[in-house]
Design a protein around this ligand. Structure first.
Ligand SMILES: *[C@@H]1O[C@H](CO)[C@@H](O)[C@H](O)[C@H]1NC(C)=O
Ligand SMILES: *[C@@H]1O[C@H](CO)[C@@H](O)[C@H](O)[C@H]1NC(C)=O
Length: 158
């Protein structure tokens, strides 16, 4: 008898905890169906956007995606973004492609950091002075991604 009461107490407590603790990224709850992800309080979200294409549609899409992430109210003030560029993607940074620069400037103002693979710099004989100001060379674009993924960074490659 005593143990039955104990089981009910534990069950009751479990139901209480399950209904009172808000899980930030549950897919749905029984009352409302699908629930968009909620931020984990105090968590800083660190994400890489990855670009290796010189296709203007892909580049614009990627820049717009970063822009939209900065404007998601759930992430406001809790988002760090590194734009990791390698290979043909380098063209996004060329001063000779000025159409991308207003968006790059806007992203820089939002706090976006820009990286470029040093192998790409060397292979294409790029000079930093011909690139968008503030581009940071990294020893390799892929190494940067591997190292940061292992350190908890997420990545988006649209
Ligand atoms: C990319 O966006 C820029 C700036 O809005 C625009 O000038 C350019 O035409 C776009 N390129 C493509 C391929 O859509
Ligand atoms: C980039 O490559 C050059 C030439 O090999 C080298 O001198 C430089 O230290 C490298 N920079 C980075 C960040 O890997």
């Amino acid at each position: 008898m005593k143990s039955t009461v104990l089981v009910f107490l534990i069950l009751g407590l479990a139901v209480y905890v399950a209904t009172s603790v808000k899980i930030p990224t549950t897919l749905d709850d029984s009352n409302n169906g699908f629930v968009p992800a909620a931020p984990i309080p105090g968590h800083i979200y660190k994400n890489m956007y990855i670009l290796d294409s010189d296709d203007g549609i892909v580049i614009n899409g990627t820049l717009l995606n970063i822009y939209n992430a900065y404007r998601d109210p759930r992430l406001a003030g809790n988002l760090e973004i590194l734009f990791v560029v390698f290979g043909r993607g380098a063209s996004v940074y060329y001063n000779s492609n000025p159409e991308y620069q207003p968006m790059l400037t806007s992203l820089a103002e939002s706090g976006c950091t820009f990286a470029l693979c040093n192998n790409t710099i060397n292979a294409l004989h790029l000079n930093l002075k011909d690139l968008f100001p503030g581009v940071n060379p990294v020893p390799s674009g892929n190494g940067e991604i591997i190292l940061r993924l292992a350190d908890g960074w997420t990545s988006v490659h649209p």
